[in-house]
Write a protein that binds this ligand. Structure first.
Ligand code: MG
Ligand code: ZN
Length: 219
């Protein structure tokens, strides 16, 4: 079994290098447009799109821009458009993460006039999206109380790379027996650099704190 990791590294290395260079171009491009840009990552079903619907309603200078990645369907882009966001869908087919080139293509389809916040909703996956810089300024990892307190321990790379961690669905915490102290201890062990937010994208509780951080932090 020993040679397997080495072969995977050889495959990944040039691919990631090419991605880094496109990500740098994206970052310049976003900066020229005066955009603060967030890469939002989580497992499927953690509530990324629900969070962005709330953000679309509550951002102080609407509309927000969203580039949303899924393997198939444009359901999320349509949901976000209904919430007032300018949203472009990327359908990745069988690719389980976004890369900087896909984001660049989608960005060319986005009318970003009057927009100062762009969120990239990554494909729901806690593994390889962590390795792909998309040119974002800030990275947010989302975790919901239904997923168990040990997610950060199981998927450390993603949480270590995050500027902020959001614990979502706190309205369900009691019903699912979520142990907040254990979750926070795990997060501080794995991702001490990350600012922590606890909220419910369903009820809206706690969202204002995240919005203030997004507004100040990325300004
Ligand atoms: Mg989604
Ligand atoms: Zn992938």
């Amino acid at each position: 079994m020993a040679p397997l990791p080495r072969r995977r590294l050889e495959l990944h290395h040039p691919l990631l290098r090419r991605n880094e260079s496109q990500a740098g171009q994206n970052r310049d491009h976003f900066h020229r447009h005066g955009l603060r840009t967030i890469n939002l990552l989580s497992a499927p079903g953690s509530g990324k799109t629900a969070l962005l619907e709330q953000l679309a309603h509550r951002w102080p200078r609407p509309p927000i821009g969203v580039i949303v990645g899924d393997l198939a369907t444009d359901n999320d882009a349509r949901r976000l458009q209904r919430a007032g966001a300018r949203a472009v869908q990327i359908r990745t087919g069988d690719l389980c993460h976004l890369d900087a080139a896909l984001v660049d293509q989608a960005f060319s389809q986005l009318d970003c006039s009057g927009i100062d916040l762009l969120v990239i909703e990554n494909v729901g996956n806690l593994v390889c999206p962590a390795a792909f810089d998309l040119g974002e300024q800030r990275r947010i990892a989302l975790l919901s109380v239904t997923e168990g307190e040990d997610k950060p321990l199981k998927y450390p790379a993603l949480f270590k790379s995050a500027d902020a961690v959001v614990i979502n669905k706190i309205d369900l915490a009691e019903a699912v027996g979520f142990d907040r102290c254990i979750a926070i201890a795990n997060l501080s062990a794995i991702a001490p650099q990350a600012t922590l937010f606890e909220l419910s994208a369903h009820t809206g509780k706690g969202l204002d704190v995240l919005i203030r951080w997004l507004d100040a932090k990325a300004a």
